[in-house]
Write a protein that binds this ligand. Structure first.
Ligand SMILES: [Zn+2]
Ligand SMILES: [Zn+2]
Length: 364
């Protein structure tokens, strides 16, 4: 943790700039200027998120940009007066807030709102989160999503509010009753969060993955049973233990997992897609399972800032202890290595973060 912030921020800073597919460079940028109503935040921790990894790897957005949107840090400057924030406060940032007044917002589809799609946090260039830089500018329209970090909690926990929010939002898209059973396909960081949040809500979780280490963790995180999805007789074993699956969450970008889940859930159940964010990848669906058996195939994307209070209480109370999910920490200079590890997970890697307090405190 950093100490109190004194003095004026410097004129330049280090930032990791996306210059093209798989091309991240450590550069010197001007510290962002802030306008009235805006905050300047010194970044402490920023999580590495799969959606950013995809943008970096496939080059789906034009460079240059500074990514990183799972950000926590300290307010070092406020332009004009602020009733809600003070310099020196430790905060968890939130980069998307909907307008609440458009067609999509009236239907609760915040992630499709035009205002929501505007990113309100930047370290320079087209706003893209900016968490892989030393300072970010936080615009007024995203301030309703900013949460103060309690004294007992870490920056790392603050940085984890955003991914937890996306998971809680998806869980709320499922029609579940206490005692129901849900298959969570994929026990990476996101899958494990699903497993934990569902089990905290009294849901029986069947977890699947291809890595033994992750299956073991799934049991620790609340799964009733864990299965290797590539094992012979997997579907039969799953059915034997969970004859009535009310829903399936697909937290791996696998088309086979979707088809299998639609077939395996009970009539009127739901299959929720969480990892299929790449366009142009069609798959086969048995339409009768949707029409005749009334199964729903739904998706969930991004976060819902109206859930921030509930998310903060989950994380800061440590009922969902996100510190246990973070296995690897990199200094800002090694952001490219952090992204590479998150893109190619190992048996012992889960959530990867860039922690700018590491160098300051430990020199490692
Ligand atoms: Zn994210
Ligand atoms: Zn809207």
């Amino acid at each position: 943790m950093t100490g109190p912030i004194k003095g004026t921020p410097p004129e330049t800073m280090k930032a990791v700039v996306y210059r093209g597919p798989d091309d991240l460079r450590l550069e010197t940028l001007p510290v962002p200027e802030i306008q009235p109503g805006e905050l300047l935040v010194k970044v402490a921790v920023c999580g590495v998120c799969p959606t950013d990894i995809k943008k970096i790897h496939y080059g789906t957005v034009p460079p240059p940009r500074v990514f990183g949107h799972e950000t926590a840090g300290t307010i070092v400057k406020i332009a004009g007066r602020s009733r809600n924030f003070r310099v020196g406060e430790r905060v968890a940032l939130h980069h998307h807030v909907p307008c609440l007044r458009c067609h999509f917002c009236w239907h609760g589809a915040y992630a499709q709102c035009a205002a929501y799609k505007r990113t309100g946090i930047t370290a320079g260039f087209d706003p893209a989160g900016g968490g892989y830089a030393q300072y970010v500018r936080v615009m007024p329209f995203v301030l309703p999503g900013v949460v103060k970090i309690p004294a007992r909690n870490t920056f790392l926990e603050g940085a984890m509010l955003e991914p937890v929010n996306t998971v809680l939002k998806a869980v709320k898209r499922l029609r579940l009753l206490r005692g129901d059973s849900v298959l969570v396909a994929g026990q990476g960081p996101i899958g494990l969060m699903f497993t934990k949040i569902l089990s905290l809500r009294g849901i029986h979780v069947a977890a699947t993955d291809l890595m033994g280490s992750r299956l073991k963790l799934a049991l620790e995180w609340g799964a009733g049973k864990a299965f290797r999805a590539d094992a012979k007789g997997f579907a039969r074993d799953l059915r034997a233990s969970f004859p009535c699956l009310d829903a399936a969450v697909i937290a791996v970008p696998s088309a086979a997992a979707v088809g299998q889940s639609i077939a395996i859930i009970r009539d009127s159940g739901q299959v929720l897609l969480f990892a299929h964010t790449r366009k142009g990848e069609p798959g086969a669906v048995d339409f009768a399972s949707i029409c005749l058996e009334e199964k729903d195939l739904i998706g969930s994307y991004s976060s819902d800032f109206t859930l921030q209070e509930e998310v903060a209480s989950l994380v800061f109370s440590r009922r969902l202890d996100m510190r246990k999910l973070v296995t690897h920490t990199f200094p800002l200079e090694e952001t490219a290595a952090a992204v590479a590890l998150a893109m190619n997970p190992t048996e012992d890697s889960l959530k990867v973060v860039v922690d700018q307090t590491v160098t300051a405190n430990n020199g490692c």
